[in-house]
Design a binder for this molecule. Structure first.
Ligand SMILES: Cc1ncc(COP(=O)(O)O)c(C=O)c1O
Length: 356
């Protein structure tokens, strides 16, 4: 069997959730959209359910997959509903929905329902992606409050630049939120992972941590709180061939690496079709049988090559960790023209093995 696999440490996931919840000082919805950022949403939600206040996903399809798997905790639809036909299903499955656009308000106004829909009303406080404009927020709130089938639960917004700790934009968004929601009752929800870790002033009733649950820092540099996160995914495979090359020999497509000295090159069963970043550069860290090593040559669809360097014990069958407890995912990100979010979400084809 092909040795590529992703180990998912559920104890680490629970540890990270507890840290997020403690930092937030209130309740926390674990964001498990996009198959829990590539970690397997059903298994991750089941592992967190005994202690999680609820979950957040992008859309009803993701929520129903969790319900079908037996998850009964609250689930918030972060993009809300896409058409009126979803509304009865949302009610039936006891989902909560974000309302982020005037057209959704209009649908709610013309669609009577047999029960009360839990609504989180989203403000565009400056990210300018989705959300109700600040000057229309209070009026929208009152329009929804007038509907007998709507239970307005939470005022929410989302930060665009909370990962930039010296950027004033997060404070400005916070001020816009405070102003636009002044006098309106109900809970508030603002924080994603970088806000929870880096912007204490933004902490509110409900946090929405995603990336940090999976043990990866949202920040480019070192951060004291982020250092307490434990990596959840370990992506690993094995060496399946070894080349003993003299100096001056090219390795792989495009000769992106040429040996400067006699070199033992290990071929690893892992490629960009598994989600390893295609544009990781020469020198991207790996761990070979637990010791530091480096990627050399261009990543292929199903294989990549590593310098076995001064590790005479390494050979066919050696375990190569691509990221995890020995190789921080953030270091791979720094070498790969990608983001931590995309790195994790891109993992596919490899079996996910959940432990803990
Ligand atoms: C509305 C909303 N809240 C929370 C999150 C979680 O963000 P993060 O993964 O940075 O914690 C996301 C992720 O995209 C989101 O869209």
């Amino acid at each position: 069997m092909r040795p590529a696999r992703a180990l998912i440490d559920l104890d680490a996931l629970r540890h990270n959730y507890r840290l997020a919840r403690r930092l937030g000082g209130g309740r926390a919805l674990a964001v498990v959209k996009a198959d829990a950022y590539g970690h397997g949403a059903v298994r991750c939600a089941a592992a967190l359910e005994p202690e999680a206040d609820g979950f957040a996903v992008a859309c009803i399809e993701e929520a129903l997959a969790l319900r079908e798997a037996g998850i009964t905790a609250p689930i918030l639809l972060l993009e809300g509903f896409f058409d009126a036909a979803e509304l009865p299903l949302i009610l039936q499955h006891r989902l909560w929905t974000v309302v982020h656009a005037p057209w959704q308000v209009e649908i709610l106004e013309r669609t009577p329902l047999p029960g009360r829909l839990q609504v989180w009303l989203k403000l565009d406080s400056g990210m300018h992606r989705v959300g109700i404009d600040a000057d229309a927020y209070a009026a929208t709130w009152h329009r929804l409050q007038a509907l007998p089938h709507v239970q307005l639960a939470v005022k929410m917004s989302h930060f665009a630049r909370a990962d930039e700790l010296d950027c004033a934009r997060t404070s400005e968004q916070l001020e816009t939120f405070t102003r636009a929601t002044a006098g309106l009752p109900g809970d508030t929800s603002l924080c994603n992972s970088p806000a929870l870790l880096g912007w204490p002033a933004a902490r509110a009733d409900w946090a929405r941590p995603g990336l940090m649950l999976y043990g990866v820092s949202p920040f480019a540099g070192p951060h004291e709180l982020a250092a307490q996160l434990r990596p959840v995914m370990t992506l690993e495979s094995k060496v399946i061939a070894v080349r003993e090359l003299p100096a001056g020999e090219p390795v792989g497509y495009g000769a992106r690496f040429v040996t400067a000295a006699p070199t033992r090159v290990g071929v690893v069963a892992m490629g960009y079709a598994d989600g390893y970043p295609q544009f990781a550069v020469n020198g991207t860290p790996v761990a070979i049988d637990g010791r530091p090593g480096r990627l050399v040559g261009r990543v292929s669809m199903d294989m990549l090559t590593v310098d076995l360097g001064d590790q005479p014990q390494a050979g066919v069958g050696s375990t190569v960790q691509l990221w995890g407890d020995q190789v921080p995912a953030a270091q791979v990100v720094a070498h790969s023209q990608t983001s931590a979010y995309r790195l994790l979400c891109a993992v596919r084809r490899v079996p996910l093995l959940h432990v803990g």
